[in-house]
Design a protein around this ligand. Structure first.
Ligand SMILES: *Cc1c(COP(=O)(O)O)cnc(C)c1O
Length: 379
């Protein structure tokens, strides 16, 4: 059953590439040493981490010493915000209304700890309201956190503009690049990024692995205490297989990134053009400056969860708004933030591709979708 599913839920997670799985495998039963041990098994593990750190650093154009491996995008986001808020006499976080819960819930926790947070609105396509952001900034702001690309509607923010605004007010700029990494042209030096979060399982590496870039010179405290691994910023014995996988997946992605982006854009646009011909269909999120692998629609008179389940029966894996909010009947906060009412928000479908999707996959989906929509409307 699962083996012949056509997979269109790549914003939720991605398949581990076979080459990545092959690279990881020896680190379970052969090179299983603790990277801190001073024998060959330990040296092998430490070398593998060094190599992976270099690959990830190359992918972001930073120094390997600026990369900290974590347990995923969520931990990277927690570390970035809780690690700096309150320092330099600045105790406020500014972020956007469409961030992932890993950012919004971390802001809520920062507030419970006595810090403050401000949430900047976005326009109907999900772009940050720049005048509102300018007004919200001030010399009490520790960090501005704006996601590179949205996980629901695919909006790509102007990272250079965001960092410029943050720096004008002496604040740090953090970006949750979990969706954007390998699918957007990101260069932390060129773009003025101070901290950046990535997650392995969104880029064809395993779940439970991620990284945080922290520009050297930034004062940041750990949120996990213990043996002092990762230069004291992230204690716990390193997830060597996961780290190896993240490094390998990054290397593979970077080798063909431009071409993969171009190919995904073509498939994305084919999906959008075709779906918009369906009666009562509308696109959520922008047409331009949209993540190369994201499409998101709403359909009049359709319940999104019904549609996803119908498509599942037909052999297609899709989603409504995001994996985390799918299943609840609450409209996605992202869709509310771009001005959709509850009914519109609950009538949505997210179709997200990867470089593994073929034109044939897309053709099959585009054939099945109108049938599934009609079935939802008639029931
Ligand atoms: C998936 C996701 C996360 C969380 O990453 P995990 O590795 O699952 O913790 C954070 N931010 C965004 C934008 C995401 O899409």
């Amino acid at each position: 059953m699962v083996s012949h599913m056509r997979y269109f839920d790549n914003a939720a997670t991605t398949q581990v590439l076979p080459e990545v799985a092959d690279a990881i495998f020896p680190y379970f039963c052969q090179h299983y040493g603790n990277p801190s041990s001073i024998h060959d098994l330990g040296f092998d593990a430490a070398d593998a981490i060094r190599k992976a750190r270099t690959s990830v650093a190359k992918g972001l154009n930073c120094y390997p010493s600026e990369i900290t491996f974590t347990s995923g995008g969520t931990e990277s986001d927690n570390l970035a915000l809780l690690g700096v808020v309150g320092k330099r006499g600045r105790d406020r976080i500014v972020t956007t209304a469409i961030e992932h819960s890993a950012i919004l819930e971390t802001c809520a926790e920062a507030c419970r700890r006595g810090h403050r947070a401000s949430i900047v609105p976005v326009d109907r396509d999900g772009f940050v309201d720049i005048p509102a952001l300018d007004d919200m900034m001030g010399d009490d702001v520790s960090v501005l956190s704006v996601m590179s690309a949205n996980n629901v509607i695919g909006t790509e923010q102007d990272l250079r503009e965001m960092s410029r605004i943050a720096h004008k007010h002496g604040a740090l700029f953090h970006t949750d690049a979990v969706q954007g990494f390998t699918k957007m042209d990101i260069d932390v030096r060129r773009d003025g990024i101070d901290m950046l979060s990535i997650s392995g399982h969104k880029v064809h590496a395993p779940k439970g692995t991620g990284a945080l870039f922290v520009r050297s010179g930034i004062e940041i405290s750990p949120i996990i205490y213990g043996g002092g691994q990762e230069r004291g910023l992230r204690s716990s014995t390193e997830n060597v297989p996961g780290i190896v996988g993240l490094g390998k997946a990054t290397e593979i992605a970077m080798a063909s990134m431009e071409e993969d982006i171009r190919r995904m854009r073509v498939l994305r646009d084919r999906i959008i053009d075709s779906v918009l011909e369906i009666d009562g269909a509308a696109l959520n999120g922008p047409r331009d400056r949209r993540l190369c692998n994201n499409t998101h629609f709403r359909f009049e008179g359709v319940k999104g969860t019904d549609l996803v389940l119908k498509l599942n029966k037909a052999g297609f894996a899709t989603s409504t708004a995001s994996a985390c909010s799918a299943g609840d009947m609450e409209p996605s906060h992202v869709l509310s933030a771009i001005g959709l009412n509850a009914e519109q928000a609950l009538s949505s479908l997210r179709v997200t591709i990867s470089q593994l999707n073929t034109g044939e996959d897309v053709d099959a989906l585009l054939e099945a979708l109108p049938v599934a929509i009609a079935a939802c409307r008639n029931q």
